[in-house]
Design a protein around this ligand. Structure first.
Ligand code: ASP
Length: 461
């Protein structure tokens, strides 16, 4: 039997609309493999994908239809909506801190207007103030849209541009920076910014949202408020991620940029500090530091920006039975660095040894991390580890694989000398390597167990 996939339109959203002579604001009757839908075709956010058409149903709901499910579209008429975010002038209060919001895109950068169904990029200070008036109680906010991409499309040009913009703002005397970013790769950008921006005198706070602000359960406003407060008033002068706390929306968590990871694809509490505890809780009217070892705000510290980056680096996620051609193809294609996420304490199979030897002989820098995420690479424990060190593989301590990747790109952007690169890689610059992982930095409880269920039940009322 043919799958549903083959009944629908094959092509992108624009081509599909063209084929059926429909367009934005067309009132339509759509016959799809998911059923019949009547509504109005809405404009697409600039960060939306090209495989979906969003329509506002007559009952007021907006839905996205995958183009491949659409069998036919009948145009019934046209109903254009005009929209504008209520824009209020952002009040300036000389007694408050000055914060700059640098936007890169992601869900947090746009919202749907329920009344018209239109996509509104809420971005100028006036628009943000119109949508989140609390921001004016916190600081004087300036905004600048650097990019408008979903975060999987961030790359070296954007990371460098962002680091340079942060440097410029700090040198101009800003009191704090907020970076609006898609959540999917926020931890990658947090890692590279932690290396490219050194000695910041002020907080640099990355923020995003898992649910867009048109949804009742959106975390956009609360995350933005927490991040802006951190940038304006907190004492944490590091690159951080500020996102929803794990158990309630009463507080946000501040995670160090080199130890944070997105750990859930859809929950609002998706971010976790790995192998350590977060820096602080951000509550409505206070910051609760959870540790002491953070860089304090200091106006007289001079920021240093180093945007070196060599992107001929790859992460290889090892799986049993991996063949050496994977490594060989990287060497043959001119890659200069490989970060392996190995099993257990940092292992790969013997099949790869000749390829690793070839990498060493060709001057490719190979670093080992662990795919367990928690814990250290320890290559002295088993023969496998010792063999691999003989083949030139360097253990990267407890650096997370993505962090080691970013750091190796940054290190190779500066130098190709083996010892120099190793020195950069194994010197902690921003908490990416720690002396120990505290026992309470490892928490993965399993539901079903009575004591865990009892604990969880407190938050599920
Ligand atoms: N895919 C989006 C992004 O990372 C999701 C988000 O914004 O949270 O850009």
């Amino acid at each position: 039997m043919a799958s549903d996939l083959y009944k629908g339109y094959r092509g992108n959203a624009l081509a599909c609309l063209k084929k059926f002579k429909a367009g934005v604001w067309s009132e339509v009757d759509i016959d799809s493999t998911r059923g019949e839908f009547k509504g109005i075709i809405l404009p697409r956010s600039e960060t939306a994908d090209a495989e979906h058409i969003v329509i506002k149903l007559h009952n007021g709901y907006n839905i996205g239809l995958a183009v491949h499910t659409i069998v036919s579209i009948t145009v019934l008429g046209r109903k254009e909506a005009h929209y504008k975010i209520p824009e209020k002038e952002f009040p300036i209060d000389p007694s408050k801190s000055n914060v700059k919001l640098l936007g890169t895109g992601g869900t947090i950068a746009s919202r749907l207007d329920y009344r018209t169904g239109a996509v509104i990029p809420a971005f100028s200070p006036g628009e943000l103030y119109g949508s989140v008036p609390e921001l004016a109680d916190i600081c004087n906010l300036e905004t600048e849209k650097l990019y408008g991409v979903f975060s999987e499309n961030m790359g070296p040009d954007q990371w460098k541009g962002l680091a340079e913009a942060i440097g410029r703002e700090i040198r101009n005397g800003i009191d704090g920076i907020v970076v609006g970013h898609g959540t999917d790769t926020m931890h990658h950008t947090a890692a590279i910014l932690s290396f490219m921006v050194q000695d910041s005198p002020v907080p640099i706070v990355m923020v995003g949202s898992q649910r867009s602000s048109d949804r009742p359960s959106s975390d956009a406003a609360i995350n933005l408020i927490n991040a802006t407060r951190t940038a304006a008033d907190s004492d944490f002068a590091e690159v951080m991620v500020c996102m929803f706390g794990p158990t309630s929306d009463q507080y946000g968590l501040l995670h160090r940029g080199t130890r944070v990871r997105k750990m859930h694809s859809s929950y609002r509490s998706a971010f976790r500090t790995i192998g350590d505890i977060p820096l602080a809780m951000v509550e409505k009217d206070r910051f609760i530091p959870l540790r002491e070892d953070y860089k304090r705000r200091r106006k007289d510290r001079n920021v240093r920006i180093n945007t070196s980056f060599d992107d001929r680096v790859s992460i290889v996620y090892y799986y049993p039975n991996m063949k050496p051609d994977i490594i060989e193809s990287l060497i043959d294609n001119g890659y200069k660095g490989i970060v392996i996420a190995g099993t257990g304490l940092g292992h790969v199979n013997k099949l790869l040894y000749p390829a690793l030897e070839k990498a060493r002989d060709k001057g490719v820098h190979v670093y080992m991390t662990v795919q367990t995420l928690w814990g250290y690479v320890q290559m002295y424990v088993y023969d496998t580890g010792r063999d691999m060190m003989d083949l030139g593989v360097i253990p990267a301590s407890n650096m997370l694989p993505e962090v080691a990747y970013m750091k190796l790109c940054w290190a190779l952007g500066q130098n190709h000398d083996r010892d120099e690169v190793k020195k950069i890689m194994l010197t902690p610059f921003a908490g990416e390597i720690t002396e120990r992982e505290p026992h309470n930095g490892y928490l993965i409880y399993q539901g079903g167990i009575p004591e865990v269920e009892e604990f969880i039940s407190k938050y599920n009322r």
